[in-house]
Design a protein around this ligand. Structure first.
Ligand SMILES: Nc1ncnc2c1ncn2[C@@H]1O[C@H](COP(=O)(O)OP(=O)(O)OP(=O)(O)O)[C@@H](O)[C@H]1O
Length: 366
């Protein structure tokens, strides 16, 4: 098993910097999802780790061994790294077994038992061993590509958007099978993806890459609930952002006076509420009230757009509720916010009396 360390790695393609001195540590036997928009540098990072591309600075070590750095260059095939790319890249002229065996060291290529073991590891039946790749679904091809990458028992597996060409049902099943296989193999893995849901559901930790820098690294629940700023919050999912004032562990904003996450300094803030934190209550139940402007129904849940909030604002917010609880358009409802909310400090007000007055002037829930 293998820890990955990336230290102060930079990259460019001769023009602008693509990676700007990035650091990343992936503990052995864990999975890291690198999440970023198109062109943020995700594939460049993977290619540097794999040894397909030189960095313009910094150091990469795998299992405590420096594989790239000042004066050090270990060729890709000697790094002990498996690589699974977007399109799988199976050899069309080889059977499934032939493809998987290709990943085994020479003396073991005829070991059918290991091939069957790997098929089982990625959740495919042994009867598939003799099929040609063109007789497999996209998801099955990706699983065979993973089995081939796992065959030489690499300490580290790099996955470059391996599910992005699959349709949504197959995508989820292939993702789950991949996560299971990686856990069973005890491999350390880095997945790059631009899909938020994929990153949040797949990995032990996620790292948000933006314009060649990591904005935040941490466990999925932490990054989702405690994003470092509004941009990261929005990047990871829907976020309602409101002006507010924090004081003594609470924040006053359009949705009332709400408990705020620990560590929020007093002062002017931007409040972040996830839509699923807003529940709808009957009018008159003591919460800020609003009118339903539109409902997008998805079956399991529904997104409800609300306006005329507290009768005092032109701002609209969205709530995500169970599909069966979706209200009709134009209905008046109460809005209850569950759990402490996140708030990002704006300019600080030093004078506490000013602060108190500012808090009092915000809209309050009864
Ligand atoms: N071979 C290359 N030559 C020149 N520029 C390149 C090359 N490969 C990538 N780039 C540029 O480097 C930047 C980062 O590319 P990279 O492929 O790492 O991004 P990415 O986050 O993986 O994007 P995507 O999700 O679209 O694949 C982009 O601006 C891209 O245009």
């Amino acid at each position: 098993m293998t820890e990955l360390k990336v230290r102060a790695v930079s990259a460019d393609y001769g023009l602008d910097a693509v990676l700007k001195s990035v650091d990343l540590t992936v503990a052995e036997g864990t999975t890291m999802a690198v999440l970023g928009g198109s062109g943020s540098g995700k594939t460049t990072l993977l290619r540097i780790i794999a040894g397909f591309l030189p960095s313009s600075g910094g150091e990469v070590s795998v299992g405590g061994r420096v594989v790239a750095g000042p004066g050090v260059w270990v060729p890709p095939e000697q790094r002990g790294i498996g690589y699974v790319r977007q399109e799988g890249g199976l050899f069309p002229h080889l059977s499934v077994a032939g493809n998987i065996a290709f990943g085994l060291p020479w003396p073991r290529r005829r070991h059918r038992d290991r091939v069957l073991e790997l098929l089982d590891l990625v959740g495919l039946p042994s009867a598939m061993a003799d099929r040609q790749p063109d007789r497999l679904s996209g998801g099955q091809q990706q699983r065979v590509a993973l089995a081939r990458a796992l065959a030489p028992r690499p300490g580290l597996i790099l996955l470059d958007e391996p599910f992005s060409a699959l349709d949504s049902g197959l995508r989820a099943a292939t993702r789950e099978a991949t996560a299971r296989a990686l856990r069973a193999a005890g491999a350390t893995a880095v997945l790059v993806t631009h899909d938020q849901g994929e990153a949040l559901s797949f990995a032990d930790e996620i790292a948000i890459l933006d314009s060649g820098r990591f904005r935040q690294v941490g466990p999925p629940a932490e990054v989702y609930r405690q994003p470092v700023d509004a941009e990261v919050a929005r990047f990871l999912g829907e976020a309602v952002l409101l002006d507010g004032t924090a004081f003594a562990g609470a924040v006053s904003c359009l949705l009332g006076t709400l408990p705020v996450q620990e560590g929020t300094p007093d002062g002017k803030v931007q409040v972040m509420v996830r839509p699923e934190q807003i529940t709808l209550t009957p009018v008159g139940s003591g919460h800020v009230e609003a009118t339903v402007r539109a409902v997008s129904y998805f079956g399991h849940d529904a997104v409800v757009e609300l306006h005329d909030i507290g009768g005092a604002s032109s701002q609209a917010v969205i709530a995500r509720v169970l599909g069966q609880n979706a209200p009709p358009v134009n209905q008046r409802v109460g809005l209850r916010v569950i759990g402490p909310v996140r708030a990002f400090p704006r300019a600080r007000l030093r004078d506490l009396s000013l602060l108190r007055r500012a808090a009092e002037s915000e809209v309050h829930a009864p």
